[in-house]
Ligand binder design. Structure first.
Ligand code: M6R
Length: 608
């Protein structure tokens, strides 16, 4: 969702801001704008639609001279994606320009109050109240005006501010929306995430909620909400700019699918030492684990689907009740969560609003919280009691791939670790599972290599308007993700179904030529799945099966087959999802879809 960038230094700000916004495009947006301060004046340009419109309009930023400015990509919430609603918003006297990510929840009352004081609103956005508040409270002291303004705001906000009276200075404010500061040599930056910074600096400062900062080319000063200066640590980002580029692939999604063997290696290898599982700093003693009565896994979208896989694996191995629930539901019920509950929160970005809210709710109820997160220093990572990073590297495509598989890999490691500590599995089974997990990077590569025909199958099936994914047990858990992958990038309706449920209603929708994708890698239930395949075929369906390599029986049952390499039964979702990610990718490509930036979607859903 909305992306923010800010730059102050000695280079032209316009082109740099546009470049930063380009790197944030993946977050999802429908308009964009920049404002550059120079010689006591702020000049702004905005455009609706693609960022290229803004680049054309400003001659790649050259029309806005100056070395200090802010930029924004907007994902519309309050008001249509028009030029008027696009950020930055300027005060009527032109002294302030503001960009904002998040939602100002009390904007309606602030708007009314400000209108009463004579301020004229031009847009429908919640953000515009911020710029008028600054204008209202500014009496020459920028810091004081910022503090007073922020004290009036409820909701979530990352703000970037420039003031015409303060040449070369940027203000950054963070409260429940992401904002990271970049420390350069003679230049300073801020951005919604590190992908916009790593091309310039890998030295970053993670702001905490309630903090704000003043940035000049040579100095970054961070304050707490009371205005006291605080010392912040400068962290080093571990990956470089190439990791956030396409590297010769046509789409980020394809690159990220292909990166999965490497990502899985990074998630797994450092955690296996001399055949034992070492979970970074996370210490879960046998006694603590014995006191856990239930495990609740919560997340959104694909991260929730990873949780659904984790539920099967963890419950099977640990013999503790494990539930998976979408965070947007969990946060608004009155869940039975207490000190005897381990809550596992999963998020690639670590900034998903519902996931953060569910995590806070569970913490407030006394649960121990453990986060599985990709983005270092993100809100979820900071809030949880313990963190296991997935180390997948930057994920740019909106449709997650390596984010999901590394989440499942980390959940598998955690489950095996817990099961052994609880003595629910013996040394032999522990050894088998560790071996299986260690083989995942190579098995994942094999899953890519085995399915060179997937593009051909996509050509055959891309015209289907609606299809079903069916499976049982872990195959069913993988269906959830396979179905989402296809629908979010190809806009084809699809549903994931527990194969045994088909007969209870949905089979009515199976007709001549309907595509059913049958996941049959969980071999203990293969025969049951074959019965379901026969049922749908008897009603005219075409069946594309995903089976384990070497399974010859499947040829007699299915019309077409994708393959996943053999692996421990508990790990099949990680290998069988790979050909289905590729299938979704090629179907979307056949249909001419904007694969990396599907319509209406944002990479990181930072509002409810
Ligand atoms: O960053 P998160 O993992 O918290 O994001 C959760 C979902 O928004 C995300 O998985 C979404 O469903 C993806 N578009 C799926 O590909």
């Amino acid at each position: 969702m909305c992306g923010i960038v800010g730059f102050t230094g000695s280079q032209d700000a316009g082109p740099l801001l546009l470049e930063g916004l380009k790197r944030l495009e993946y977050r999802g947006y429908d308009s964009a704008g920049i404002a550059v301060q120079s010689g006591g004046v702020i000049r702004a340009a905005k455009a609706s639609g693609h960022l290229r419109n803004l680049c054309e309009q400003t001659h790649d930023g050259a029309d806005l001279p100056g070395v200090c400015g802010i930029g924004h990509t907007r994902w519309a919430t309050h008001g249509a994606p028009t030029v008027t609603n696009a950020h930055p918003h300027l005060s009527d006297d032109g002294v302030f320009a503001v960009v904002h990510n998040g939602i100002i929840e009390n904007y309606a009352e602030l708007r009314e109050e400000l209108q009463g004081r004579g301020f004229v609103f031009h847009s429908e956005t919640d953000t515009e109240v911020v710029v008028h508040l600054l204008d209202c409270y500014y009496k020459g002291d920028l810091k004081a005006a910022v503090m007073k303004t922020v004290s009036r705001l409820n909701g979530s906000y990352a703000l970037g501010v420039v003031c015409a009276d303060h040449p070369g200075e940027l203000i950054a404010v963070k409260s429940a929306s992401p904002l990271i500061l970049g420390v350069g040599v003679g230049e300073s930056f801020f951005a919604s995430d590190v992908t916009a910074l790593v091309g310039h600096t890998r030295n970053v400062i993670y702001l905490e909620d309630g903090e704000f900062a003043s940035l000049t080319p040579d100095r970054i000063t961070v304050f707490d909400c009371a205005g006291r200066e605080i010392n912040k640590t400068i962290s080093r980002v571990v990956w470089d700019v190439e990791a956030a580029e396409k590297g010769g692939y046509e789409h980020f999604m394809l690159k990220e699918i292909m990166e999965q063997p490497r990502a899985l290696k990074a998630a797994i290898e450092p955690r296996i030492k001399d055949g034992r599982i070492v979970l970074d700093g996370v210490e879960l003693t046998a006694e603590q684990l014995r006191n856990i009565r239930r495990v609740v896994i919560t997340a959104c979208g694909s991260a929730y689907h990873a949780g659904c896989v984790g539920r099967y694996i963890m419950e099977e191995l640990c013999r503790i009740p494990v539930e998976a629930e979408v965070a947007s539901e969990l946060r608004y019920r009155n869940p039975l969560i207490g000190q005897d509950t381990l809550v596992i929160v999963i998020s690639q970005s670590g900034e998903t609003a519902d996931t953060i809210a569910a995590l806070k709710e569970c913490k407030a109820r006394g649960a121990r919280t453990l986060a599985i997160v990709n983005v270092v220093g993100s809100t979820v990572a900071k809030l949880a009691d313990d963190v296991l990073y997935t180390w997948a590297g930057p994920e740019i495509a909106v449709a997650t791939t390596k984010g999901y598989t590394t989440q499942v890999a980390v959940l598998s490691l955690l489950s095996v670790y817990m099961a052994r500590k609880l003595e629910r599995i013996g040394e032999e089974r522990f050894g088998e599972l560790v071996k299986g997990i260690c083989s995942l990077p190579e098995r994942c590569q094999r899953a890519i290599d085995l399915n060179t025909h997937v593009g051909y199958l996509a050509k055959r099936y891309h015209n289907n308007s609606s299809l079903f994914f069916i499976g049982r047990n872990l195959d069913y858990a993988a269906c959830l993700e396979a179905s989402l992958k296809l629908k979010e990038i190809s806009y084809i309706h699809s549903e994931a179904y527990a194969a045994g449920e088909l007969k209870h209603g949905t089979i009515a929708l199976i007709d001549e030529g309907r595509l059913v994708v049958a996941l049959c890698c969980y071999e203990a239930l293969f025969d049951k799945l074959v019965s379901n395949i026969k049922e749908v075929k008897a009603r005219g369906a075409k069946v594309l099966a995903v089976a384990q390599e070497g399974n010859r029986h499947i040829f007699a049952e299915a019309d077409d087959v994708l393959f996943a390499p053999a692996i421990d039964p508990l790990l099949v979702p990680i290998t069988e999802i790979v050909p289905l990610q590729l299938f979704a990718y090629y179907v979307a490509k056949e249909n001419g879809c904007d694969i990396d930036k599907p319509k209406n979607l944002a990479k990181s859903v930072t509002v409810e």
